[in-house]
Design a protein around this ligand. Sequence first.
Ligand code: PLP
Length: 399
Amino acid sequence: MQRIYLDANATTPVLPEIVEAMRPFWLESFGNPSSAHQSGQRTRSAVEHARGAIAKLLHCTSKEIIFTSGGTESDNLALSGVLQPYLDSGEPAHLITSNIEHHAVLYTAESLERRGIEVTYLAPSRDGVIDPSALEAALKPHTKLVSIMLANNETGAVQPVGKLARIAKAHGTLVHTDAVQAAAKLPLDLSGEFKNVDLLSLSGHKMYAPQGTGVLFVRKGVQLAPLFHGGPHERQRRAGTENVPGIVGLGRAAELAHEWLNSQLDSRNSTLAAETPNPTSLTTLRDRLEQGLLNAIPNAYLNASGAPRVPNTTNLRITGVDAEALLIALDIQGIAASFGAACQSGATEPSHVLLAMGLSPAEARSSLRLSLSRLTAAEEIDRALEIIPAVVARLRSLS
Ligand code: PLP
């Protein structure tokens, strides 16, 4: 049975071109980039090439890029790096975030709160979007940081970060955005739409690079206390010998993302011109899956239906069906999906994101997330459209 992978928001496959780019940095060029000899020079130049590729994708300078071990570290470094100095000096500081953030941000905020930072958690609309007027109302004279994600990992809802950042900037407050689920799906322009964003997190394994790689963009002039202490790596901001193969993979992923975003733009333009759906566009495939399921499954609803969304994600509420049972049944039928719920210590908790949007625990527990990758094929969507409604009907008949 050919399995169908519809869980790209959990992790993306590593593209073959990326594996090929990384291979020499295990087998041939394994020098420490801090070493002065030729092996070290070769890996140093590969790391700097990758840094340049990330900077090009984000429209910033190479000096503003810090390589990390992933999205979680980048989020921790952004929040703690900005706010720790206030804890050290005893100066009051206020953080504004939202209650739909990934736990990498939420739990860091909670930890800072326990240590003395004042935190406000903004609530989203029913569609999972943070209203800029809510941010405006929450700002205080001592607000030092606003951290709002760019795209939600469960619903795909895109937040108005450009607008939010403009409001925060006018107030003199730094802005961080967790762009882990937006990277390689949407254009990220830190000198245009996001010119008021000061810190931005990326994760390699959501953009076809390996797990355990990440980036924190830190705008020139922003002061950041390091999380790790040790060598002078990453301009004193992240000690530790660089993960050279991982960084090379991340750089190649950025180059491929750039090409792919341009191709999607081209296909959207030609679709508009021809007025016929272009089969190569990720949005077209996602919409085909979503509409097909909504048509075939009675009492199924789209979560975050009124929000702008990233092109690969759909989150469906299927009344009367337990998403955990559905996932197991789908897995047996060869489909990898996910639910809008977090599995903690073996117990399925309803998703904090869906609850924050006003869904009941039962609605959250019956929500299924399907996320496509650039490698998802039209035939896979066709097969998923046969399998998922049949599995739902069988589960409903048993309950
Ligand atoms: N932020 C968001 C929005 C995510 O979806 C994830 C991972 O799922 C992370 C942060 C954490 O990234 P990583 O797995 O690289 O630590």
